[in-house]
Design a protein around this ligand. Structure first.
Ligand SMILES: C[S@@+](CC[C@H](N)C(=O)[O-])C[C@H]1O[C@@H](n2cnc3c(N)ncnc32)[C@H](O)[C@@H]1O
Length: 459
């Protein structure tokens, strides 16, 4: 204890951190730390960047830096293949397989230099300091400097070439898309994933008026599509008054497939945050909204209150819920791999894998069986999810109805809902992908990937 290197309380003396006050360093360190959590530990970007329960290194930043970290991460993930190709091209030999920390520093800096409005010199200088400040990367500081300066110097020619050649998705994901949709359509979906999705609103009424007021376009589904929105969406006219809610045009399709539900008792079995619950209530149904997560049920309740819509909210696992009487109709918008939402959540292909798709498909089949038990004989069920994978969609549905003689598919007929016609399969199920709904301009085109199908419980 008398050792001069120890403090009075006995702990080792801490050297002052010479980099602690370097401007811009904390946000880049947080970005690299979160990138590690996403690609190495498969943690979701939304969870890590939640303003209440997010990662401590993210929560330690002010709001401006948090926004920068999110921008860096969504970009680094959306273009991960392209960025990797440009880094690889500047290395004499590949980085050691365990050099994760180094790789994340390079990806974070390259994302800023190639796609964000950060001057190259600032991005490089901060990355070099970042490398020096971490014992796992300090010996690679010169390599970081050299690689990034070369990327900056050559980017005007090298970036378009890399974008044309690289694939911005992991192998498992590309393979499943190609198997499901063929090479050409899979390539179109992957190209759409490089573009951030526009914002779609479902409006209570007068879509044309709202499109004009908000500078948007009326969609074939009856919603309104907005281009870029400056500032928080919650400050746009009509939000506080509960005149509209944010809902992708594809997500607005499933609830409508129940047809005229005015006055019917309808259960929404996986309800939060409530976009589809709101549609059902607005269509005049007497809605029971089930949600397993108390936190998410609170969000659902707040959303419906803002919209001035009344529904019964039940916080319950749908497997445990016993309705007193069966429902006239049921919507099951099941938890899934979310591979249809990559434009909004570019972490999904990097945090999920084929084993998740299989597990979630099995869970959804069990949920669908439970949904059938909750509807009256003769009643309709709509099953939907935001996965692109047929294992959770077309194949699941086909196998389910084939093994359940108490149910019969109720194909959506061409012309029944005009907006759904472009997405109808031969079997009357609905399939949308981000490569659909071409509105001319890529930034204003596309849809989330959704599957939706109807079945009827036999009388
Ligand atoms: C895809 S989200 C639903 C989105 C919602 N239908 C909408 O349009 O806003 C799936 C929801 O199901 C909930 N959930 C998952 N398992 C459940 C279960 N066993 N019982 C009830 N809800 C469940 C999740 O918490 C999640 O909120």
């Amino acid at each position: 204890m008398t050792d001069g290197r120890r403090r009075a309380h006995g702990g080792p003396a801490r050297k002052p951190d010479p980099f602690a006050h370097t401007p811009g360093l904390a946000s880049r360190k947080a970005a690299a730390r979160l990138l590690a959590a996403i690609v190495d530990a498969r943690t979701s970007l939304d969870g890590l960047t939640d303003h209440e329960n997010g990662h401590p290194q993210f929560l330690a930043l002010d709001m401006r830096d948090r926004a920068l970290v999110r921008a860096i991460l969504t970009t680094a993930l959306r273009f991960r293949g392209t960025i990797q190709a440009l880094i690889d091209a500047r290395l004499d030999r590949p980085l050691p397989a365990n050099a994760h920390a180094l790789s994340h520093v390079l990806h974070v800096a390259a994302a800023q230099m190639l796609f964000l409005d950060v001057p190259d010199s600032a991005a490089v200088d901060i990355a070099v300091t970042q490398a020096k400040s971490d014992p796992r990367t300090s010996r690679f500081a010169a390599l970081v400097n050299g690689v990034l300066r070369e990327i900056a110097r050559r980017k005007e020619r090298a970036l378009p070439a890399a974008l044309a050649e690289a694939v911005d998705a992991p192998e498992w994901f590309v393979e499943r898309l190609e198997n499901a949709y063929g090479k050409t359509q899979a390539a179109a979906i992957l190209a759409a994933h490089r573009i951030e999705a526009p914002i779609d609103l479902t409006v209570k009424s007068n879509p044309q008026d709202w499109a004009e007021r908000l500078g948007g376009t009326v969609l074939p589904t009856g919603g309104v599509r907005l281009g870029t929105v400056e500032g928080p969406i919650t400050e746009l006219p009509g939000f506080a008054e509960g005149e509209w809610w944010v809902q992708d045009a594809a997500a607005a399709i499933p609830a409508q497939l129940l047809g005229d539900i005015a006055g019917l008792r309808v259960a929404d079995l996986c309800a939060a945050p409530g976009g589809k619950t709101a549609q059902l209530a607005l269509a005049g149904a007497d809605v029971t909204a089930l949600e397993i997560s108390a936190n998410r049920a609170r969000r659902l309740s707040a959303n419906l209150e803002r919209l001035g819509l009344e529904v019964e909210i039940v916080v319950s696992d749908l497997f445990a819920f016993e309705p007193t009487t069966a429902f006239d109709a049921v919507l099951l918008d099941a938890p899934c791999s979310s591979t249809g939402t990559v434009r909004r959540h570019p972490d999904v292909p990097w945090t999920k894998g084929p084993e998740d798709v299989a597990k979630l498909a099995a869970l959804q089949a069990r949920m669908l069986a439970r949904a059938v038990e909750m509807v009256k004989p003769g009643g309709l069920i709509v099953f939907s999810n935001c996965s692109l994978d047929p294992l959770e969609g077309e194949a699941l549905f086909r196998d389910f109805v084939a093994t359940r003689p108490d149910t019969v598919p109720e194909p959506v007929k061409p012309g029944e809902f005009g907006f759904a016609d472009p997405f109808l399969g031969d079997d009357g199920t609905v399939r949308t992908t981000p490569a659909g709904l071409d509105l001319g301009e890529p930034a204003l085109s596309g849809l989330d990937g959704f599957f939706a199908a109807r079945l009827r419980r036999r009388s």
